[in-house]
Design a protein around this ligand. Structure first.
Ligand SMILES: CC(C)(COP(=O)(O)OP(=O)(O)OC[C@H]1O[C@@H](n2cnc3c(N)ncnc32)[C@H](O)[C@@H]1OP(=O)(O)O)[C@@H](O)C(=O)NCCC(=O)NCCS
Length: 197
């Protein structure tokens, strides 16, 4: 009994995401992001392409676990932060978040809007369809269960071809051009989503 309580307390402490949703897709499991996942992600954040895509800018100092934890805090507080686990290897390979919109430029009165930061950490796993699997699943959850009106991908760099291809293959279109075409916001409305399903 004492051990049971200790285990529960430990798993609550480790649950950085603070939610309890677990999902299974064909090849992946999505589970609440844990504190220990930052250690797993750190080596991959030394890849400048991943870092720039996720943070939107180069950093002044090397990335640390503390930096990643601080950077992820608002995602965890403002939505549902998931670790992405590859079923075949049982390895944690990325992160995805359904986050309530926190940028003024995309907030619309009386609409429930979310954004979806996403990263598959290990570039050797890019292009296998994992990103698409995550987005399609979380999109269905957001429109179907959370009853949102609009889902957005914010600040996607114009040279991030994979990301742009991913969002547009999932039905998103460009809603705003930023920084003279160096980046874009994309979105899909409930009406468009429902017309596709
Ligand atoms: C963007 C990212 C999440 C995509 O995940 P992924 O698992 O590689 O994506 P998928 O394999 O599902 O492929 C997504 C699309 O990219 C296309 N794609 C794959 N390789 C490509 C390449 N070299 N160039 C252009 N497009 C490519 C795929 O064809 C697919 O489009 P389609 O459905 O129209 O065919 C992943 O590459 C990543 O984590 N990148 C770094 C972080 C990042 O950019 N996050 C998004 C920030 S907005």
């Amino acid at each position: 009994m004492v051990f049971g309580n200790a285990d529960k307390a430990l798993s609550q402490l480790q649950n950085f995401a603070g939610h309890i949703h677990h999902f299974d897709t064909d090849s992946l499991r999505l589970r609440p992001f844990k504190d220990s996942d930052f250690d797993l992600s750190l080596p991959f954040y030394r890849d400048p392409e991943l870092l720039n895509a996720m943070e939107g800018k180069p950093l002044d100092a090397p990335v640390t676990v503390d930096y990643l934890r601080r950077a992820s805090k608002s995602m965890a507080r403002q939505g549902f932060l998931f670790a992405v686990v590859e079923k075949a290897s049982d390895r944690t390979i990325g992160e995805a978040c359904l986050q309530w919109m926190n940028l003024e430029r995309a907030i619309i009165d009386n609409e429930k809007t979310m954004r979806m930061p996403l990263g598959i950490w290990d570039r050797s796993l890019w292009g296998k369809g994992y990103g698409t699997e995550v987005v399609r699943y979380l999109m269905a959850f957001a429109f179907g269960e959370l009853d949102i009106d609009r889902l957005c991908a914010m600040d996607v760099s114009a040279d991030n071809y994979r990301s742009l291809a991913l969002w547009s293959s999932c039905g998103m279109t460009i809603s705003k051009e930023l920084d003279n075409g160096k980046a874009f916001d994309l979105e899909i409305s409930r009406v468009k989503y429902e017309s596709m399903t």
